[in-house]
Design a protein around this ligand. Structure first.
Ligand SMILES: Cc1cc2nc3c(=O)[nH]c(=O)nc-3n(C[C@H](O)[C@H](O)[C@H](O)COP(=O)(O)OP(=O)(O)OC[C@H]3O[C@@H](n4cnc5c(N)ncnc54)[C@H](O)[C@@H]3O)c2cc1C
Length: 305
């Protein structure tokens, strides 16, 4: 079997894995990423928070991201019936970024991945981690490529950034149930053909359909928008009797007085995706020879996190 030796092996090339890789690489550490899929690939998580801009800057990724002309996010709007509340990121009492971006994840994740490859980082797509064993802090990982070929990767340290793949939480039994009540979400993208001009059209908004049930609208600079509904799993399941995601999301849009005209008749660009009971937790985020980052460690809630 082919053998490779690195200082740090990273599992998963999402933002968590790629930003970690760039930071380590900038500190002269020999790093390798293995990623199960081929990019671009679709995941949820399109509304960033200003704090991530610091991480992009520190990792040397900001310039390339700026060239993508993503929609600027200056704050967020929450709507409940007649009530409208706008959070403006510039109205704050601490230093730091007061804006960020609204991003189609397939595009931003691919941009980051290609950028770190350009820097010289070894990122192997279509290579899935199937097992890891530790001897003290040193690890031996087995990765399988798309043709079924196996490879042994020896590393001094492993960073698990595998998102919902949750490689180390599964293999090392670090998983622990989330303390939050079960919540689920359904989302898709649409061509935002009825987008009003100006801020009204581009501001990220949450229409609170019921307590704990939110419809999100995330307009992108490419003319599309992300539409999603998030709420208690029982409520999400009640949106369609036959668990039809398209029907469920259409029914959620019908409940939104604010957005029914803009999105009531638009076609979905792909079959809406459901994320059931998305909260995840771990017993520990690091141990001898490993750390778990991003969604692989803990994801609580798209709003409160
Ligand atoms: C409903 C919902 C809404 C959300 N909204 C937002 C939001 O608005 N803004 C936001 O910032 N975040 C949001 N999130 C969270 C968002 O998903 C995370 O912020 C982000 O995707 C985490 O990035 P990551 O790098 O940890 O994982 P990911 O981006 O999921 O990347 C993990 C990668 O690991 C790869 N992988 C998995 N298993 C293996 C394996 N065995 N071997 C090799 N590779 C593997 C996967 O293919 C994947 O590419 C939301 C989450 C949910 C559930």
């Amino acid at each position: 079997m082919l053998k490779e030796f690195v200082d740090v092996l990273i599992i998963g090339a999402g933002p968590s894995g790629c930003v970690s890789a760039a930071q380590l690489f900038n500190n002269n550490i020999k790093v390798k990423i293995v990623e199960k899929t081929k990019f671009p690939r679709l995941v949820v998580g399109e509304s960033l928070i200003p704090r991530v801009m610091d991480h992009f800057a520190e990792a040397g990724l900001l310039e390339s991201l700026e060239s993508m002309n993503f929609e600027k996010k200056l704050g967020a709007r929450f709507i409940r019936g007649e009530e409208v509340c706008v959070f403006d990121f510039s109205k704050k009492f601490t230093k730091g970024w007061d804006w960020t971006w609204q991003v189609p994840r397939a595009d931003i994740d691919n941009n980051i991945a290609q950028e770190i490859i350009k820097k010289g980082i070894d990122l192997e797509f279509e290579s899935e981690v199937i097992s890891i064993s530790f001897e003290g802090k040193k690890s031996k990982t087995i990765a399988k490529d798309k043709k079924g070929n196996l490879k042994e990767i020896h590393a001094q340290f492993v960073i698990d950034s595998s998102g919902y793949g949750r490689v180390l939480p599964r293999l090392l039994e670090l998983d622990t149930p989330s303390k939050l009540d079960p919540h689920s979400s359904i989302f898709t993208h649409v061509k935002d053909i009825n987008r009003p001009k100006g801020e009204e059209g581009t501001m990220i908004s949450f229409d609170i359909l019921e307590t704990q049930v939110w419809l999100w609208v995330i307009p992108f600079s490419n003319g599309n928008a992300s539409l999603g509904v998030v709420g208690p799993t029982d409520f999400i399941n009640s949106l369609s009797e036959n668990k039809n995601n398209s029907e469920a999301l259409k029914n959620a849009i019908q409940l939104s007085d604010y957005y029914i005209n803009r999105f009531g008749g638009v076609d979905f660009l792909f079959e809406p995706i459901i994320l059931e009971n998305y909260s995840r937790s771990v017993k520990q985020m690091y141990g001898d020879g490993f750390a778990v980052t991003g969604n692989s460690s803990e994801f609580l809630d798209p709003v409160f996190s």
